[in-house]
Structures are given as C-alpha cells and as structure tokens.
Design a protein around this ligand. Structure first.
Ligand SMILES: [Zn+2]
Length: 330
C-alpha cells in the first residue's frame, strides 16, 4: 500500500512538475553554462584584445543569455539557435550544402527557416561583429560579442542539431535541459577549462559546420545512453524533487546525472571546452578582419535612453512571456 501511495504521489508530482516547470530554468546550455562559457572565452584572447574584454567581462557574462531572452520578444529568433540537420538525411549529411545560397537553391528558404538556421546566423553575426570593430562602436562590439558567444555555445550542443531536440519523439522528454543545464551545473566546476589561445579562422563557414556536425555526431549516443540508464535506474532513483521557491520541481537525480555524465566519457566537458576556444577565435577573427583596431583607445559606453528602454522591455517580456516558436523544454 505504502508503495502504491508513493507511486501515486510520484506521478502527481511529476504532473505538477511539467505544469509548473519554469522554462527559464531549462534554456540552451542553461543560463549558467552560457555565462560561464562567454566569460572563459575572454581568457583565450591575444594581448591586444584581452584588456578591453576583461574591462567588460561582466557585461559579456550577463548578456550571454540575451539571445534566449529575445526568443520571448522576437518572432523568428528561436530559429537562429538550432538546425535540425537530421531532417535532411543521415549523419554526416553529405547532401546538405553548407553555403546559404546553395542550401536555399536546394531546399528553399522556407524549409531552411523551418528547421533552423544556426550555421548561417553565425556567419551573419560574425559580419556584424566585424563591422562593429570597424566602426569602433563599443556598445555593438559588446552586443555582438555576447550574442555570437551564445550562438556558438548552442552550436556545440548535440540537442541543438536534431528534430528530436527534447526527446519528445522518443519518450525522453527533458533530455535537452538534462544534457546542457543539469549536468554542467552539477559537474562543470571540476572541468578543465584551460583551453589555450584563440586562433584566427580563415574559413568561418567551414569551422561552423565542423562543430555543428560534431554536435550532430553525438546525438545517437546521447539518446542511447539515456535509454540504457533508464533501464538500470528505477523511476524513483532516476528523478528527485527540488524545492524552488514556491514550487516543487522534478529533476534528474544526482546519481542518474553522474552516471550519464561519466558514461558520456567527457563529452560535455569537451563540448564546453571547444565552445570556449571557438568563441575566442571568432571574436579575434572579427577583430583581425576589421584591421585590428586599437581597443585600448575605446572608452566606456552608456546606453541611450532608448536602448535602456529596449533592454528593460526585453527583460519584461522574458519574465512574463511565452516563447515565440520552439521551446526546448516542453
Ligand atoms: Zn540559445
């Protein structure tokens, strides 16, 4: 009887979890990981750049998650964060043209938009950052540096490259936040984040597709391991309940998370490390392509009233809002 009651309570709590789950806790890389990745990328930069970025490190850290907030305010924003590349075929997706114009010619722009445009969005972001360096516009340099860090981070997450982005097609709902939020938050303190120095990227398109396809190559393993562990862990060992403010949330237990993280054999750590290095390298590439402007002469900046208003509006829509488009977590 006790056992049955426990089971019922567990199911009820589970239902409660899915109805009260605060989606803001389950965003791409989790807010914690995005901030961490952007922050650490600063330390990969060459001497001519690092002073400026250190001066603004809090800004780059705090705004690492603005693109996710924009998904609440801006129609079409969500498509910039992923590409469901398995819609087009099987790994290694030889049929998918990497150049935007070729991909549009083959699949149509509507289709590309429908299944996500992360790789090409990144090329666009790089152009914007390069232009900001050319203009020596401090506010825009910081904005596009923070943004590009976010999108590069997303591109290193296997679940940002698949139609089954939250396990919703295979009864594994929640796996998105599990891989990119829960596990890093539990274990990333012990990761080795000494990743070396940023490098100039000669062919950004090639580099972007390299890390996006690496992410895609991990998708199968991520789902298979979750299935395997679910068979080994009874439900009451797989999940635990967390008190968060007023609500109780169901989340993956520490034991289940640890088994997953360990048996992925360094995958999460390695993806975070590569993301950090690539972010630094993209920042550096934009700066070099802009003619290596002297960043020491750039001063502080203040947001105009209109810009402050815009940021406030973004925060407000995020607090109150509903994602326009795909939500990873439900
Ligand atoms: Zn994102």
């Amino acid at each position: 009887m006790k056992k049955i009651l426990f089971k019922i309570a567990f199911i009820l709590l589970g239902v409660l979890f899915f109805s009260v789950l605060n989606v803001k806790d389950a965003n791409s890389w989790g807010f914690w990981a995005h901030k961490r990745i952007n922050r650490l990328a600063v330390f990969t930069l060459p001497p001519e750049m690092i002073g400026f970025y250190k001066q603004h490190i809090e800004h780059i850290t705090d705004h690492a998650v603005d693109p996710d907030k924009r998904r609440y305010a801006l129609e079409g924003e969500d498509k910039r964060h992923y590409i469901d590349v398995d819609h087009y075929g099987e790994y290694p997706f030889k049929e998918m043209p990497h150049i935007w114009e070729d991909a549009v010619a083959k699949y149509s722009e509507d289709t590309l938009q429908e299944y996500g445009i992360l790789p090409w969005n990144l090329e666009n972001q790089l152009k914007k950052l390069t232009y900001a360096f050319e203009q020596q516009d401090v506010r825009k340099i910081l904005k596009y540096s923070s943004d590009i860090g976010h999108y590069i981070g997303d591109g290193h997450v296997p679940l940002h490259t698949t139609l089954n982005y939250n396990g919703q097609l295979t009864g594994q709902k929640g796996i998105h936040g599990f891989w990119e939020s829960r596990c890093p938050e539990l274990f990333a303190e012990d990761y080795d984040f000494f990743v070396g120095k940023a490098e100039y990227i000669k062919n950004p398109n090639k580099k972007i597709w390299k890390f996006v396809l690496e992410s895609a190559s991990h998708v199968k393993r991520v789902f298979a391991l979750e299935t395997e562990l679910t068979e080994r862990f009874p439900e009451d060992k797989k999940y635990t309940f967390d008190e968060r403010g007023q609500s109780t949330m169901r989340t993956y237990s520490v034991e289940f998370s640890r088994a997953f993280e360990q048996e992925l054999d360094g995958m999460i750590e390695s993806r975070m490390r590569t993301a950090i290095l690539n972010i630094g390298s993209f920042w550096m590439t934009a700066w070099v392509n802009a003619g290596q402007p002297n960043l020491k002469s750039l001063g502080e900046f203040e947001l105009t009233e209109e810009q402050q208003q815009k940021q406030k509006e973004l925060e407000k829509q995020f607090e109150e809002g509903k994602i326009k488009g795909r939500n990873h977590s439900n």
